[in-house]
Design a protein around this ligand. Sequence first.
Ligand code: ZN
Length: 421
Amino acid sequence: MEDGMTTSSSFIEGRGWLFCRGCLGNDLFSALDFGELPIANELLLSQESKIDRFPLHLRVCVDCGLGQVADVVTPERIFRDYRYESSTSTTFLQHAWDFVEARVQEGTVSQGDWVLEIASNDGYLLKNFLPHGIRVIGVEPAENIAEISRGLGIETISEFFSSEIATNLLSKHGHPKLIIANNVMAHVPDLVDFLKGLALLSGQETQITIENPSLANILVGMQFDTIYHEHYSYLSASAVAQVSKVHGLQLFKVEELPIHGGSNRYWLRKFVEGGSIDKSVSKIIEFEVALKLFDPMEWKSYSSRVSVVVNEFLKLLQSAKKEGRKIFGYGAAAKASTLLNMLGVEEGFIQAIGDASQEKQARFMPPYGIRIISPQELFLENPTDIVIFPWNIKFEIVNFLRSNLGNNVRLWCVIPELHEV
Ligand SMILES: [Zn+2]
C-alpha cells in the first residue's frame, strides 16, 4: 500500500462501494469517471518529483442524493500541510465580512455569545467577530495555517472536527450560538461522525450554517474541475436534508450564493416539532429533481459533454504551441490540476502558472512539473495567452492581468466551455 492510502470501511479496492458516506445506503451509480489523477492540491517540490495517482470516480447515492468519491487518500496526507489560504482572495474576504456583519445586524449573535467555525483557515472570517465583542473558536487541522489565525488572536484548535472534539468543546464552553462550517463538509471522510458532532453542540438556540458548492452546479455549470480527491462529498439540498435528519437536525432554510461559481448556504438547527421551514427548502429540492440531478442517464450524457470541453482545451494548447505562442496559466488552484491532468498529455504546453500565493511559488504542478511563478515573473515573460484556472474569481483575475499586461494578451477560460475573456 502506498503512503497515504487508506482502507475505508465504505470502499474496498477491487470491490468498490459498500455503502454511502451520508446515509449508509448501498445503491450508488457512476456519475463521472476520471480514471487515475494526482492529488489536486499536492504540489511537487521539484520538477522530477514522483507523482502518485489515485482513482477518482464520482458516484451518486440513489437513496439520499449525496455525490461522493472514494476516500482512497487519507485526510492527514491532504490537509496537514494545506496551501489554500482564504486571505489571498479579496472576493472571499469581502464575502466573509458581509456574512459576519449580517449576522450581527440581525442579532443572530451578540456580545457574550460564542461562535465556532470548523475549518477556520487563516482566521479570515472569525476575525470579523472580534471587534463586536463576540468570542470565537476555530478548528483548523492545517498547523501552518492555524498558526496564522492564532496570530490574529483567534483561539484555534489544530485537529479535524469530530464528535470527540464536539464533546470537549461542549463541556468547556456550552452550546455555541452559531456554528459555521463553510467549504468543509465536502472534505470530511467520516460524515456520520461529523454530523454527530454538530448535533451534540446544537442547543435550543444554536444555528448551523454550511456553505458548499452545489452538485447542481457541477452538472449545470460544467464544473467538473471541482471534483478531486480532497472533495469526498458533493452536497445538494436534497442530500443535506436527508443526511442531517438522521442526527436530529433540520434543514430550515437554503440561500443561493454566487460565490465559488454557485454555492448553497444551508441553515440547520436542532429538530423542532412543527418548526417553520422556509419555502426556499422545498423550492431548491424541487429544482434539483427537475434538473435530473439524481438520474444516471443525465450523468451519462454529461460525461460526453465533459469530454468535448477537455478536447477543445487540448486543441487550443496544441495550436498555440504550433504557432509559437507563449501560453501560460494563472491560478495554481486544485481546479487547474484536475483540468490539466484530464488532458492525458505530459508535454510542456503551459510554460508556467502565475500565482500570488507565496506558499505555492517555486513548487510544481503535475502532470509534468509545471513551474509556479509569482505574478511579477509572469509579467516579465511577456505571455501571448493566459489560461485562467480559478474561473470562480475570473473577473478579479482579469482586471489584475489587464492592468499589468494591457490588452494585447489573450485571456482564456475553459469552464463552462472554452472561451476568450
Ligand atoms: Zn446516501
